[in-house]
Design a protein around this ligand. Structure first.
Ligand code: C2O
Ligand code: CU
Ligand code: CU
Length: 521
C-alpha cells in the first residue's frame, strides 16, 4: 500500500526542504492552514510570550536549527516523541497532550509544573488511534489565561484507517485541514488582553471574534473535490454549532470522526455541536462551489444566570503577574463579549478555479470502534457524578472543590465502569473531560433545547456521541451515561498508580474548582 508514504510525502512538512536557521511564522503563509511538523523530529518545544502588551503567547517547534511557530505536530501511531519543553514565560506552565493515553509523568496535568525559565523532557510513544489531539497549557489556576493567550497546538495522529480514507476520497494534500478555533476579543483590530471579570470567571470567558489557527477571518485555499477538516474547539468557554454555507444555502457534510478518531460509518449532517475541547472530523465535497463559509449558528445555550458572583481568584494569582497588564477576575464589564450561542463566522474555504480532481467515493465503513457497548459487562460498576452550583464557590462536582493533593477516587486497572454524570436543571452546559483512556457515550436523558433536535434514536445520543470521546458536554437538566475502560498500555512507564484528571473543560470552571484527581491502580 503506497498510501502511507503518499500521505506523509505530500504533507507540507517543515522538516524538509526549508533553509536552515530560519523561523517560520504561520500567519504569514496566506491561504495555508498551518505548517505540519513531524512530531518525531521535534527537539525542543519553546513556550514563549511574543507580545507583552496583550500577553499573546505561542508554542515554537525547534527541529534542530529550524524553528516553526505555532506548529501542527503530525505522528503515525506507534511513533515516539522525545523533546525538551522550554518555559520562557514569566509564569509556570505544563504541556498536556489532550486525548492521548500517556503515563502520569508525561501527561502534563499540572502535578509538576515547569518553573519560569526551566525546562523538562517529555518522551512517550503515541498509542492512540488516528485522530486530532492537541497540546495545551494545564497549570492549575493559570490554564485559562495561558490557553487563551495562544498556548494550544494541534497534534494529528495518522494510521492505516486514516490513510485508507484519504485514498478513497482521492483527497488532495491541500484539502486536508486541521484547525483550532478559538475566540478572542477584538478591540479596534487588535486582540484584547485576557482580563476576565468576576462574572467571566464564574461562567466562562467569551470573546467576540474567531481565530482559526491564530488567524482572524481566515480564508484557506482548497481544490475541487473532497475537503477533510479536523476541527478543534479551542475556546475557553464558547460552544459552537458548526455549519457550512455557500451564499444563502446550507452545504451538507459528513461527520467522519470525533475526539478519539474515526466513526464506524459516516453520518450525513447539516450542523453539529462542537463544545470546548471536542473535535470533529468532517468531509465536504466542494466541487462546483466557490466559497464555502464555516460558521457557528445561533442557538439557545440554556444557560441560566446565577444571582451571586463568588470570589473566584485563584491563590496562584498572588504569586504570578498576568501575561498582560490586566486584572483577572476583577470588577468591570464584559461589554464586548458575545453571549454563548450568538452566530459567529469561523473561517472560509476558497475553491480554486479550474484545478482539482473528481471527488472519490466516500467509504461506507471507516474504522472498527473500540469499546463497543456490547462488550460492557452486565455487572459493571456505576459511578455517579453530580454537576452543581454553590453560591460561595461557583460550579462544582459533587459539591466539593478541587484539591490538587487529594485523590478523589480509585479505579482498578483494566476495569470497565459506567459513569453517570447528572447536571442540574438551573445551570449551564459543562464539557466534561477525562484524561487517560477515552470513553463511549451510552445514552442521554433529559436533553432539551437545541441539542434535543439533533438527538438520534440510539439512546438519545447526539451524532458526535457515536464515536470514541474524551470530552462530553452535559447540558442543563441532562444525565449522560458513559462506558469507560481503564486499561493502560503495558509498557514500563505506566507501572504503579497513575493519577489522571476528570474536569470541566470550560477553562474558567477548570481553574475554578470543577475538577477531580483520580488514580488508576
Ligand atoms: Cu484539555 Cu485536562 O485537559
Ligand atoms: Cu486532557
Ligand atoms: Cu463547567
Amino acid at each position: 500500500m503506497p498510501s502511507r508514504r503518499r500521505f506523509l510525502a505530500t504533507l507540507p512538512l517543515a522538516g524538509a526542504g526549508l533553509l536552515g536557521g530560519c523561523r517560520i511564522a504561520t500567519p504569514h503563509q496566506r491561504g495555508q492552514a498551518g505548517v505540519r511538523v513531524p512530531a518525531g523530529s521535534l527537539r525542543r518545544l519553546l513556550v514563549e510570550r511574543f507580545d507583552a502588551l496583550n500577553g499573546r503567547s505561542q508554542y515554537v517547534a525547534d527541529l534542530g536549527g529550524r524553528l516553526v511557530e505555532r506548529p501542527i505536530l503530525v505522528a503515525r501511531r506507534g511513533e515516539d516523541v522525545d523533546a525538551e519543553i522550554v518555559n520562557r514565560l514569566p509564569q509556570p506552565t505544563t504541556v498536556h497532550f489532550h486525548g492521548m493515553v500517556l503515563p502520569e509523568s508525561q501527561d502534563g496535568a499540572g502535578f509538576e509544573v515547569i518553573a519560569p525559565g526551566a525546562s523538562r523532557r517529555v518522551h512517550f510513544r503515541v498509542h492512540d488511534r488516528s485522530a486530532l489531539y492537541w497540546l495545551h497549557a494545564h497549570v492549575h489556576g493559570l490554564t485559562a489565561e495561558q490557553v487563551h493567550a495562544g498556548l494550544a497546538a494541534l497534534f494529528v495522529v495518522t494510521d492505516e484507517d486514516d490513510a485508507a480514507l484519504d485514498a478513497a476520497l482521492a483527497l488532495h494534500e491541500q484539502n486536508r485541514i486541521a484547525l483550532a478555533l478559538a475566540d478572542v476579543r477584538m478591540d479596534s483590530g487588535r486582540i484584547a488582553p485576557y482580563a476576565p471579570t468576576a462574572q467571566d470567571c464564574l461562567t466562562g470567558w467569551l470573546g467576540n471574534h474567531m481565530l482559526a489557527n491564530g488567524i482572524a477571518d481566515a480564508v484557506f485555499d482548497v481544490q475541487a473535490g473532497w475537503v477533510r477538516m479536523q476541527l478543534l474547539n479551542a475556546c475557553n468557554a464558547r460552544g459552537l454549532l458548526v455549519a457550512l454555507r455557500d451564499g444563502g444555502t446550507s452545504v451538507p457534510f459528513f461527520l467522519l470522526g470525533t475526539d478519539g478518531g474515526l466513526l464506524s460509518h459516516p453520518v450525513a449532517l447539516e450542523r453539529v455541536f462542537l463544545h470546548p475541547a471536542e473535535r470533529i472530523d468532517i468531509a465536504v465535497d466542494v466541487s462546483g462551489q466557490q466559497i464555502v463559509a464555516a460558521e457557528s449558528l445561533a442557538f439557545d445555550s440554556r444557560a441560566h444566570a446565577h444571582s451571586a458572583i463568588p470570589e473566584m481568584k485563584h491563590p496562584v494569582r498572588s504569586r504570578y503577574a498576568p501575561l498582560a497588564a490586566a486584572e483577572v477576575c476583577g470588577p468591570g464589564s464584559q461589554e464586548s463579549a458575545l453571549a454563548d450561542g450568538t452566530p459567529l463566522p469561523l473561517f472560509s474555504l476558497r475553491v480554486q478555479a479550474g484545478v482539482g480532481r473528481t471527488a472519490g467515493k466516500l467509504p461506507a465503513d471507516l474504522s472498527a470502534l473500540p469499546l463497543e457497548d456490547a462488550a460492557l459487562p452486565a455487572d459493571a460498576r456505576i459511578r455517579r457524578f453530580r454537576l452543581d452550583f454553590d453560591e460561595r464557590s461557583g460550579f462544582l462536582i459533587d459539591g466539593l472543590p478541587y484539591r490538587i493533593d487529594e485523590i478523589a477516587f480509585r479505579v482498578e486497572r483494566g476495569q470497565r465502569e459506567v459513569w453517570e454524570i447528572k447536571n442540574s436543571p438551573i445551570s449551564m452546559s459543562h464539557p466534561m473531560h477525562l484524561h487517560g483512556p477515552g470513553f463511549r457515550v451510552l445514552r442521554r436523558q433529559g436533553t432539551f433545547g437545541p441539542a434535543r433536535a439533533l438527538a438520534t434514536s440510539s439512546g438519545g445520543r447526539l451524532p458526535t456521541d457515536l464515536g470514541l470521546k474524551d470530552t462530553v458536554t452535559v447540558w442543563p437538566n441532562e444525565t449522560v451515561w458513559l462506558a469507560t475502560n481503564f486499561a493502560l498500555p503495558s509498557e514500563v512507564a505506566f507501572r504503579g498508580a497513575q493519577r489522571y484528571l476528570f474536569h470541566c473543560h470550560n477553562l474558567e470552571h477548570e481553574d475554578g474548582i470543577m475538577m477531580r484527581n483520580f488514580a488508576i491502580v
